[in-house]
Design a protein around this ligand. Sequence first.
Ligand SMILES: C[C@@]1(CC(=O)O)C2=NC(=C\c3[nH]c(c(CCC(=O)O)c3CC(=O)O)Cc3[nH]c(c(CC(=O)O)c3CCC(=O)O)/C=C3\N/C(=C\2)[C@@H](CCC(=O)O)[C@]3(C)CC(=O)O)/[C@H]1CCC(=O)O
Ligand SMILES: NC(=O)c1ccc[n+]([C@@H]2O[C@H](COP(=O)([O-])OP(=O)(O)OC[C@H]3O[C@@H](n4cnc5c(N)ncnc54)[C@H](O)[C@@H]3O)[C@@H](O)[C@H]2O)c1
Length: 217
Amino acid sequence: MIVDLHLKGGLVIVVGAGAEGQKKVKSLLTQDCKILVVSREFGPRMEEYALDGRVRLQQSSLEDAGFLSGYAPRVVMATTDDRDLNREIVSKARAAGCLAYASDDPESSDFAHPSVINIEDTVQVAVSTGGRSPAMARKIRQEAERIFRSTIKREDILQIRLQDSMRGEAKKRIGSQEGRKKYMYSIINDDRIMQLIRDDRLDMARERAAVMLDGWR
Ligand SMILES: C[C@@]1(CC(=O)O)C2=NC(=C\c3[nH]c(c(CCC(=O)O)c3CC(=O)O)Cc3[nH]c(c(CC(=O)O)c3CCC(=O)O)/C=C3\N/C(=C\2)[C@@H](CCC(=O)O)[C@]3(C)CC(=O)O)/[C@H]1CCC(=O)O
Ligand SMILES: NC(=O)c1ccc[n+]([C@@H]2O[C@H](COP(=O)([O-])OP(=O)(O)OC[C@H]3O[C@@H](n4cnc5c(N)ncnc54)[C@H](O)[C@@H]3O)[C@@H](O)[C@H]2O)c1
């Protein structure tokens, strides 16, 4: 089952900073979380992320998973090339009540990573083969990427932002779910709003949506 994790500013620990660790950190950078990377060595990309304040690095050569006791993470990802160490990290993390993952062990992991198409950090499309063939997930993602990037237009991204900014207010002011649904679709189907979005006038589109909400009955 593919779900979208809400990390809510929580801590994610990535152990190992090789090719796999870097891949995991790169996808975490788009998420709302703090990132700590623990590893024997770090490459220049990771040092750069740390200089930018986007991740925290802890350099250590681990003997076991004991270091986890000092933290309260939501998610732990073990990406070292030491299978036993990865397993130990997974079992300790799980015993502490967080989600655990090992790059080399789908069986013992609580989740896997689908291949993701990310459009402006606003729409994400995931392709998963459930561990049957990561290489085919990548190939299908690359083929689908061309199609999705031409189907999902800039107007769609702006409409999503507009919907996002009006939903909270609509929830407060329109009593029924059916009414809120009608209102959200009326914004999508409004010709004037559509034109304002095409003209890149999101501010004016928002104003019109607010007027529509004021007069909603
Ligand atoms: C989609 C993607 C996302 C990402 O990594 O973020 C991803 N693997 C990708 C690429 C890739 N990975 C591997 C190859 C070489 C070909 C091959 O081995 O078949 C290639 C292809 C390449 O690199 O070109 C090797 C590999 N993969 C896993 C193991 C461990 C094992 O199977 O035991 C081994 C070592 C096996 C060994 O030791 O030989 C396991 C997993 N990899 C997954 C995801 C999860 C299942 C996803 C699914 O099936 O849909 C799962 C279960 C868990 C996880 O890691 O999340 C990313 C493409 C991103 C993109 O570009 O779009
Ligand atoms: N899930 C996937 O898609 C996928 C793809 C390729 C490989 N893998 C598996 O993931 C694992 C990692 O692969 P990689 O290419 O990133 O390896 P790598 O050798 O590039 O990186 C390993 C990292 O772990 C660190 N490390 C190792 N032992 C340590 C210890 N005791 N304490 C602290 N840090 C330690 C190293 O410093 C290095 O940064 C391998 O087991 C590989 O089989 C998974």
